[in-house]
Design a protein around this ligand. Structure first.
Ligand SMILES: [Zn+2]
Length: 521
């Protein structure tokens, strides 16, 4: 997925040159005298110390909806208080609480039976869908999912998973065997679209078998959402729909039939046409997550009522399955880097205050679907129209030291040329990164622009950019640890982000939204 280096460099430089020329034309004061003295308050030693604390094993991966996210949030609040940032959350605190709505398979009322054997969900079988249902019947064994000559209409079919096409296996996230298994399951299910089976029992091959517990640990978490929140996707409803009723599957469903994975050891029994039945029930409940919000008031009596919003997310993926002997998915790059960059920026803004106010928002539950930013964009602590820019820091400490990405820099993602100009000027003065523009393209296979907390704000026409050093092979694995961060690079990324906000906060005019901006993927 990583773009070719030469192509990256070429279009990066052309774009940067064009925009930088535009920026320089508007800003005659470019030079050392433009740099605030407080830039030196952004110190690598602070960044490194705080990152080791926030992404240490004691924080247990900061998973949203668990005490671990709350512990990390309280740790950040203590730092903001030390720095002198003013609380802007509920009841005079730094906390803006919201409830996530969580939907998951009920372990007490879901089970499967094969003749007289009872199978426990997650231990013996894994449901691959998200719907309460009942299905039963004699099992029809198929040797090969690619064989479409057998009539499976109205049957509960058991079949070994097929070997996935290499190109369909993701290159980042999770262990290799889990990535393989997800591709194998998707490919096998796809073979049964529109063939009329009632249900599929997929039998693991050796790699999927090795991935079984990992797959269970990922899927048992269910899904998370938040009610009354700004949309992430075009057309996403603002209010959550209630759970659909339990489905009694007696005739084939539209599309791909309900599917379940079992371990390879069940193959022998399934070949003997046992009577099979599966009962799946979902449960839905609310569970808290939290945004952390604070402000440094600006000095200008008028402009201080406008806000530059610095954004990061404090949550990560928690304690999951073991990879290389480690089960803590610590999220050092994702997103302790952005989180400590905000602390360092707050120190600099406290030392030298700008004209506009600076709002710091740590979004909870980003990893569960941008839930904290969707919630805050809908329920901002200051009027949304007074937020002049969102600067989102997300994964800023990996990959080669001299390149980075600014997302929201080119159409259709760019919503404010003014803001981009501030950011490019700041880069020229601090980070001096070669900007890799491929990751901001709508054609990029990762869709990177749409995967972080600036998106709900951008959709509401707040000028927004994201600072990132992009994906890497340790992304969303237990290998994303503090010792793998490039602290020199992270410090330069932080200075770049800080200086952009300094420019925006002191500029006579707020950044304008580009005419006709509309986010479509
Ligand atoms: Zn992240």
């Amino acid at each position: 997925m990583r773009p070719s280096h030469a192509a990256t460099r070429r279009c990066t430089l052309r774009l940067a040159a064009t925009l930088l020329a535009a920026a320089l034309a508007n800003t005659p004061s470019l030079g050392a005298q433009s740099l605030p003295a407080a830039l030196n308050r952004i110190r690598e030693a602070d960044i490194k110390r705080e990152l080791y604390a926030l992404a240490g094993d004691a924080m247990r991966g900061r998973e949203a909806g668990t005490p671990d996210e709350l512990r990390a949030s309280a740790w950040i609040v203590d730092r903001l208080r030390e720095i002198g940032v003013t609380p802007m959350g509920q009841d005079g605190t730094y906390y803006q609480w919201f409830n996530m709505t969580r939907t998951r398979v009920s372990t007490v009322s879901s089970f499967a039976r094969l003749n007289n054997d009872t199978l426990a969900v997650w231990r013996d079988f894994i449901p691959l869908g998200n719907r309460g249902l009942d299905v039963s019947g004699p099992v029809l064994w198929l040797d090969n999912a690619n064989d479409s000559t057998v009539n499976v209409q109205g049957r509960v079919v058991a079949v070994p998973v097929i070997t996935p096409n290499r190109a369909s296996i993701r290159t980042t996230v999770n262990s290799e065997d889990v990535r393989y298994a997800n591709a194998a399951l998707a490919a096998t299910q796809q073979r049964f679209a529109r063939r009329g089976a009632l249900a599929l029992i997929l039998v693991a091959d050796s790699i999927t078998n090795a991935a079984f517990d990992g797959l269970a640990s990922l899927r048992l978490r269910g899904t998370y959402d938040v009610n009354d929140a700004a949309p992430r996707f075009a057309g996403q409803p603002r209010y959550l729909a209630p759970l659909p009723p339990v489905l009694n599957v007696t005739t084939p469903v539209n599309g791909t039939p309900p599917a379940f994975l079992v371990r390879s050891s069940r193959a022998q029994l399934l070949r003997n046409a046992p009577q099979g039945s599966i009962q799946l029930r979902l449960e839905q409940f609310e569970t808290p997550s939290v945004n952390i919000v604070g402000v440094i008031r600006g000095t200008d009596p008028v402009l201080r009522n406008e806000y530059v919003l610095y954004s990061a997310h404090q949550d990560h993926d928690g304690v999951r399955y073991v990879m290389d002997g480690d089960s803590v998915w610590a999220g050092a790059d994702d997103n302790a880097t952005g989180s400590v960059a905000l602390l360092a920026s707050a120190r600099a803004f406290m030392a030298q205050k700008p004209k506009r106010s600076v709002l710091f928002v740590y979004h909870g539950a980003e990893e569960r679907g941008l839930l904290g930013s969707r919630y805050h964009a809908q329920h901002p602590v200051v009027p949304l129209k007074d937020i002049v820019a969102v600067l989102n820091g997300e994964m800023m400490g990996r990959n080669s030291p001299d390149s980075a990405s600014l997302l929201g820099v080119q159409p259709p993602h760019r919503n404010s040329t003014d803001l981009v100009e501030h950011a490019l000027r700041a880069n020229a003065l601090t980070g001096r990164f070669a900007l890799d523009s491929l990751w901001d393209r709508p054609t990029h296979p990762e869709g990177w622009y749409f995967r972080s907390d600036h998106v709900p704000y951008a959709r509401l026409d707040v000028p927004s950019v994201m600072y990132t050093s992009n994906l890497h092979p340790d992304y969303h694995t237990p290998r994303d640890k503090p010792e793998r961060i490039d602290y020199g690079k992270l410090t330069r990324m932080t200075r770049w982000m800080y200086l952009t906000g300094w420019f925006v906060a002191n500029a006579p005019a707020r950044p304008r939204i580009d005419p006709g901006f509309r986010l479509e993927r």
